[in-house]
Ligand binder design. Structure first.
Ligand code: CA
Length: 364
């Protein structure tokens, strides 16, 4: 193509498309010019952290592509714009239009918030998604966040986690007594009631804390993330199942006024991209956990063990206590707990003859 020809093509493209072209054509058609938006998204994760931190990156890429660049969102890692645990307040106040985090971090402000992340012996990923999107969960979540000017969306799930890394074998509930473990949230409360000492530390401090004996045990996520952090070098036993985090949902929170300022199509794009990234994270963890577990066992000699039945039974009993006490805090928390429990009962009945029966029939 000659230079003149290329220049003509360029002029033609400018005349037919692009923001300027669209605007000038638009006014004669009676169509409003298409405004572009530049937003900020703050997160509780280090920038580009595997899994958790990549989800918001995937989200903004999807939104930009689907909106043809009309909604551009910049992702800030923890501490880049606001600290990890100030995401909720920053989006509530409009410092950023969006945030990606975990609802259980806001337990101090909102006792009911862990129900939308994960509760011990609660719903798994498949059930969480079903409760949120078809069982009334999302409406309750929005009711809980409404006074804070926030609209939440489910935006990621790790699937069932592992119980964690231990330096000694757990043969009975007696072995929990005096054990110092990094285990946050409601699971930590259960662990403390069982006689252990629960502490919460950021992910980046766990390896050194295990190495120096500051803690005796730690949970993090599952094989994919735990392999990356190198825990197999500082602990011998890798226990399952993750009774304390059976299907944690990550959240996308959007400032209400900011969301409502978007035209309908961009609002739909935000909702659709959140739903897509919610499933995408689960897909990624499911695939990568399998491969990482093989590597941990075959290459690094990790001993994978199941928590004994009596330990799990005691954790389950104590979880019931913790959740009952939490639910009694206020009427909305009670409604949320009741809704989740009713859903869990139904799910258990059907999953007993579908998912569970199938796993049993398939065998190992
Ligand atoms: Ca965890």
């Amino acid at each position: 193509m000659g230079k003149t020809c290329a220049a003509l093509l360029c002029l033609l493209l400018i005349a037919c498309g692009g923001d300027n072209g669209a605007s000038s054509t638009a006014s004669s058609d009676g169509v409003q010019p298409q405004q572009t938006y530049k937003w900020k998204l703050v997160t509780s994760w280090p920038k580009n952290f595997p899994g958790l931190g990549l989800a918001p990156e995937h989200f903004v890429q999807m939104v930009e592509r689907m909106s043809n660049g009309r909604l551009k969102i910049k992702v800030y890692g923890a501490g880049q714009l606001v600290p990890a645990f100030e995401v909720f307040d920053a989006v509530s106040q409009g410092t950023a239009e969006m945030g990606h985090s975990g609802s259980y971090y806001w337990k101090g402000k909102l006792p009911a918030s862990p129900f939308f992340g994960t509760v011990p012996f609660g719903l798994n990923a498949q059930e969480m998604n079903a409760w949120l999107h078809y069982g009334g969960g999302l409406e309750l979540w929005r009711e809980l966040y409404a006074p804070f000017n926030l609209v939440p969306f489910a935006a990621g799930n790790t699937g069932v986690q592992m119980a964690g890394w231990f330096n000694r074998e757990i043969n009975s509930i007696e072995d929990i007594k005096g054990l110092k473990m990094r285990i946050p949230g409601l699971g930590g409360e259960v662990f403390t009631r069982a006689g252990g000492i629960a502490v919460n530390l950021p992910g980046g401090e766990l390896y050194t804390s295990m190495q120096t004996g500051v803690i005796d045990a730690t949970e993090w996520v599952g094989p994919y993330n735990d392999l990356a952090l190198g825990f197999y070098q500082v602990a011998k036993y890798y226990y399952y199942p993750g009774w304390h985090e059976p299907g944690p949902t990550l959240e996308l929170i959007v400032n209400k006024q900011a969301l409502e300022s978007l035209p309908q199509d961009l609002q739909a794009i935000v909702e659709t991209a959140a739903r897509a990234v919610n499933q995408d994270m689960l897909d990624e963890y499911t695939a990568r956990n399998n491969a990482a577990l093989v590597e941990l066992v075959n290459k690094h000699g990790v001993q994978v063990k199941r928590l004994p039945d009596d330990v799990l039974a005691e954790f389950k009993r104590l979880s019931g206590e913790v959740i009952d006490e939490l639910a009694a805090k206020d009427p909305l928390t009670q409604r949320i707990a009741d809704s989740m429990r009713a859903f869990a009962e139904q799910s258990k009945a059907y999953h007993g003859i579908s998912e569970e029966a199938y796993y049993n029939a398939r065998g190992k």
